[in-house]
Design a protein around this ligand. Structure first.
Ligand code: GLN
Length: 403
């Protein structure tokens, strides 16, 4: 990594350098320590070019929830770059950096990579340390690379992956060279096409670009068969119980005492805490905290949170079953291409629906990546490759063969 310029999403701690999470709450927060991934990158000689803009606390799909400014899509400046790692994808697409680190809780690396026409990889849960990653939903969050091509992502993954005793969910595995398996040979790889991912409302241009890419993978020697993941339709609801619940617990730490912004203009402690959170958090973050607090509250825990955890198990089992049959799955990353700034801001549900193809992967803790696969009306389309746990090498090689 010596001399390689990197951008780091602004929710990954960088010692002595502002780490704002694109929130007023942490506008002046300067960490006293490096995240494990920062320590690893800089320890290997990488050069920090800047911190990447994002949706506040990684909640969003367009980068418009940043408390400071929205990032624009380099392919069309009137459109969003996707989110929440919009800064990462836009800056790689615009040649402002070689690689970037993003984080992915429900699609935040893959969806912006797709909308900006670059490569993004969400590793298996536990592959990359979350120490020093400001938590959104801890059981779903994972850091990963965004790059111009597959090799850049593999090299960056090499630099950041590995066991870390400071993250209790870190996997203790022998280290892997993710570039070693990039042969471009995918003969005999069995690819499943889950019909549930070709959702209603998907843009026809996205569908045809992904279908053409699947034919090309077949031409490279892979076999393709339809498969079914019947629990897919419950993934969105399941995610929007689990992620806000974990968010409401994680964000309880911003009380004006321990971190960041603090409203002081009152002698009343409760008033100080309340006003700190009222002024420090933006509307989407407040919405998530309220949803999560409700789902976790005594009378509703069984009906919502517990039920969502049960559905989570079913979703995971669905993938386990399908991966007995095929080596990988191919789907669109996003049902739509980059949309105009402001278009979906008034309707949170429309914004949530954009992640239908990416959220189930976080629920199951699987690795997945988005690879550019053509254009629809002049805007980039991404294809998503999904594999069983710890199959990053296979996914990277499939993507490498394809690009
Ligand atoms: N868009 C999804 C959300 O708002 C996913 C975000 C993410 O992966 N960080 O929760």
């Amino acid at each position: 990594m010596t001399g390689i310029p990197v951008q780091v999403k602004d929710l990954i701690c960088t010692k002595g350098i502002l780490t704002t999470c694109s929130s007023r709450m942490l506008e002046n927060y300067v960490p006293v320590y490096d995240a494990t991934v920062s320590e690893k990158l800089f320890g290997q000689g990488a050069v920090l070019l800047g911190k990447g803009n994002m949706d506040e606390f990684a909640m969003g799909s367009s980068c418009e929830n940043s408390a400071f400014f929205p990032t624009h899509n380099p392919w069309d400046l009137n459109r969003v770059p996707g989110g929440s790692s919009g800064g990462a994808a836009a800056s790689v697409a615009a040649d402002e950096t070689i690689v970037a680190l993003g984080s992915d809780t429900g699609g935040s690396i893959r969806q912006p990579a797709s909308l900006c026409g670059v490569v993004g990889l969400k590793p298996t849960y536990g592959r990359v340390s979350r120490y020093g990653l400001v938590a959104f939903a801890s059981s779903l969050d994972q850091i990963g690379p965004v790059g111009k091509d597959v090799m850049d992502c593999a090299i960056t993954l090499n630099a950041i992956a590995g066991y870390d005793s400071r993250d209790s969910t870190s996997l203790n595995l022998p280290s892997t060279d993710f570039t070693a398996g990039l042969t471009g040979d995918i003969k005999g790889v069995r690819i499943g096409i889950p019909r549930e991912y070709f959702v209603e409302g998907m843009e026809p241009g996205v569908r045809s670009a992904v279908e053409t890419a699947i034919k090309e993978l077949e031409g490279l020697g892979a076999s393709v068969e339809p498969v079914s993941l019947p629990t897919t339709e419950y993934a969105l609801a399941c995610y929007y119980i689990i992620a806000p619940s974990e968010c409401s617990a994680n964000l309880a730490r911003y009380d004006g005492v321990k971190f960041g912004y603090s409203y002081q203009d009152t002698p009343d402690m409760w008033k100080a805490m309340e006003t700190t959170r009222q002024l420090g958090f933006g509307p989407e973050v407040k919405r998530r905290i309220m949803l999560g607090t409700y789902a976790l509250s005594a009378g509703y825990y069984d009906a919502y949170y517990l039920k969502a955890q049960q559905v989570r198990t079913l979703i995971r089992q669905d993938f386990d079953r399908v991966f007995e049959q095929v080596d990988a799955l191919v789907t669109p990353t996003s049902p739509v291409v980059a949309f105009p700034l402001g278009e979906k801001m008034a309707d949170p549900l429309q914004m949530y629906l954009i992640d239908v193809c990416t959220l189930p992967i976080n629920i199951a803790g699987l690795p997945a990546m988005s690879v550019p696969c053509g254009f629809s009306e002049g805007l980039p389309v991404g294809m998503q490759l999904i594999g069983p746990h710890l199959s990053e090498e296979r996914l990277l090689n499939m993507a490498y063969a394809y690009e």
